[in-house]
Each structure stands twice: as C-alpha cells, then as structure tokens.
Design a protein around this ligand. Structure first.
Ligand SMILES: [Zn+2]
Length: 104
C-alpha cells in the first residue's frame, strides 16, 4: 500500500512496521515448529539417518530470521525496533524505544 500524499518512493511508517511484524511472526513460527523439528530429528536418528544437514539448515534459518529482526529500524526514532541493550524482544508489537506501533 502506498500513500499518495507521501510521494512515490516513500513508504509509510505503518507499512514499515507491518513488515517488521511479519519478520517477527516468521521467527515466532520457527520457535513454534521446534517440537516438530525435534520429533523429525528423533525419527531420522532412530532410522540411522544422518541429521547433520537438517540441523545446520534449521540453525541457519534461525540465524537469518534473528539477524533480519535485529537490523530492522524504527521509522520514528531510528533505533533498532526489537532490540534494547542486547535483548531481542520477540513479544513486543511496538518499538522498544519510543513505542511507535504504526497503522494509526
Ligand atoms: Zn522507535
């Protein structure tokens, strides 16, 4: 969605924050599928399969999603949207620095 009054290339704060929240959802889904992953690895190990590849893929996926979240910046204050000190705040739906939540 593009705001006509903001010009062609400018994306509204609300849209930027929606993108941030989608990145957060990806990482949360990754966390929620952890039990399935453990069962899959367990089953493969039981069958005598090599699980090193699936383990590395999973770890890489986590790292990519987490890094993607840490580099996202708040459109209002310019600080890292989800990161305060060194903690990544997965539960926050608003900027951990200024409280910007967008969409309004
Ligand atoms: Zn902010």
């Amino acid at each position: 969605m593009r705001d006509k009054w903001n010009g062609e290339n400018r994306v509204s704060n609300g849209e930027i924050i929606r993108q941030h929240l989608r990145a957060r959802t990806r990482l949360l889904v990754c966390f929620l599928t952890l039990p399935l992953y453990v069962i899959a690895v367990w089953t493969l190990l039981g069958n005598g399969r090599d699980v090193s590849l699936i383990m590395w893929v999973y770890i890489a996926l986590y790292a990519i999603f987490a890094l993607d979240m840490t580099r996202r910046r708040c459109p209002s204050c310019g600080e890292q949207f989800f990161v305060r000190n060194i903690l990544l705040n997965l539960l926050s739906k608003r900027c951990v620095h200024c409280g910007e939540e967008g969409g309004k």
